[in-house]
Design a protein around this ligand. Sequence first.
Ligand SMILES: *[C@@H]1O[C@H](CO)[C@@H](O)[C@H](O)[C@H]1NC(C)=O
Ligand SMILES: *[C@@H]1O[C@H](CO)[C@@H](O)[C@H](O)[C@H]1NC(C)=O
Ligand SMILES: *[C@@H]1O[C@H](CO)[C@@H](O)[C@H](O)[C@H]1NC(C)=O
Ligand SMILES: *[C@@H]1O[C@H](CO)[C@@H](O)[C@H](O)[C@H]1NC(C)=O
Ligand SMILES: *[C@@H]1O[C@H](CO)[C@@H](O)[C@H](O)[C@H]1NC(C)=O
Ligand SMILES: *[C@@H]1O[C@H](CO)[C@@H](O)[C@H](O)[C@H]1NC(C)=O
Length: 384
Amino acid sequence: MAETFYFKLFMFFLLPVSGSDPEVSCVFRQSCMLPCRIQLGSDPLIHWYQDSAGDVGVHSYYEGRDQLGYQNQNFQNRTSLIQDQISGGNASLLLKEVKIQDEGRYKCYTSIRTGYKELFINLKTEAPVSDIRIHQDGNRITCSSEGIYPQPELTWSTEPPSNTTLQNRTTVHQTEEKLYDISSSLTGPDGSDRIYSCTIRTRRNQRRAILRQKSVIVSSRQTSLSCSASNGSASKLLWRFNHSQVIVSRSSQSRATVTEEWKLHVKSVSESGGLSLQDLSPQQGGIYICELSNEEETLVTSTFLKVEDRGGTKRHPGVSMVVVAAAAVILCVVLIRRSRNQKGQNTFLIDSKLNFFNQLCIMIFMTQIFLYLTGLQLYEEATR
Ligand SMILES: *[C@@H]1O[C@H](CO)[C@@H](O)[C@H](O)[C@H]1NC(C)=O
Ligand SMILES: *[C@@H]1O[C@H](CO)[C@@H](O)[C@H](O)[C@H]1NC(C)=O
Ligand SMILES: *[C@@H]1O[C@H](CO)[C@@H](O)[C@H](O)[C@H]1NC(C)=O
Ligand SMILES: *[C@@H]1O[C@H](CO)[C@@H](O)[C@H](O)[C@H]1NC(C)=O
Ligand SMILES: *[C@@H]1O[C@H](CO)[C@@H](O)[C@H](O)[C@H]1NC(C)=O
Ligand SMILES: *[C@@H]1O[C@H](CO)[C@@H](O)[C@H](O)[C@H]1NC(C)=O
């Protein structure tokens, strides 16, 4: 009996000293559990300190309740113990709304009547790379992301690989919350249709943004634009026009929603993200940007669409000239007929009337032929 008691006591003091501190990764703005076990015993006393900040009081518990008189302001309203599990030996601390500054070494000091125990935990904070953007402005391609911790690393690559080093400039900025914003610009060689990809990497994860460009010229009123296909399942789809206007958006669960301004022009959106457009006019010419993204990647396809004005809407001027001429001839015939039917009243008057109508008709006819010929010439000049 006594032997096992001393062995237990020995282990009790020995264990905390051996090995390096266990590490816990906590995600920015989320909740995090710092584990700690205590020996079973009545009336436990628990003190959590931030050791690395000079034993700052984080949370205390004794006499059967939380004691927050010495809690540092930084931890106010963010800490709790699992009350119903303390008697079962669980002194784990739940830390909410994790901040980057919470990073450091923590001490869990517990004591019962038979002895005390100190346990250390290394807390690491992380803010993974979330949204990554890539866009082009002239021959400058910019890739950026915000709110990352620890400091991320950014790399560029092209496909096919470039045989020269690309002129690139990366800037990193740290916010008040200690998060990193990163942005990198690269000047692409003119007239190349390379695929550019940018990877932003931090301890927890990495994300890649890929930009490919295309140019499409159509002269019909409808066309289909494709979105780059990736093997992975895309969870988000977004089509934009000229960088700002949203055309279609779709998330993994929902159906594609087309914005009001584009209802007329969007015929359908395919499973793989392709966009079918209809009723196009030169006004719909511009840059169509498709963004497909999943957990790891954002694929951006930028398509420059030019809609050419086609003859279909501009009728051959000769057609309308012929219509007007035919109407004039019919009018002449009707007028001459009517004047003939009125014969027998005053022959002189009727004859002069008839003459007048004949002359009028010949004049209209000549004018028509003249207009037709000049119209045809103008049209031919315009379409040459
Ligand atoms: C903690 O909560 C109390 C009561 O809701 C509030 O008055 C106090 O300002 C909060 N403290 C912090 C640091 O948020
Ligand atoms: C303590 O309790 C929490 C919440 O139930 C649990 O997640 C955790 O694993 C427990 N820790 C230990 C050391 O038992
Ligand atoms: C890179 O490749 C292109 C064509 O592939 C070639 O014209 C150019 O000279 C090469 N540049 C260098 C520095 O090797
Ligand atoms: C970016 O520029 C750095 C030097 O400023 C160079 O070492 C690196 O190779 C360039 N990256 C690419 C993809 O060319
Ligand atoms: C797509 O699949 C090919 C081969 O199956 C692989 O090499 C490539 O890395 C994959 N690409 C992505 C984006 O998953
Ligand atoms: C869209 O962009 C193109 C090319 O930059 C421009 O010619 C066109 O006027 C723009 N269209 C709209 C509706 O802004």
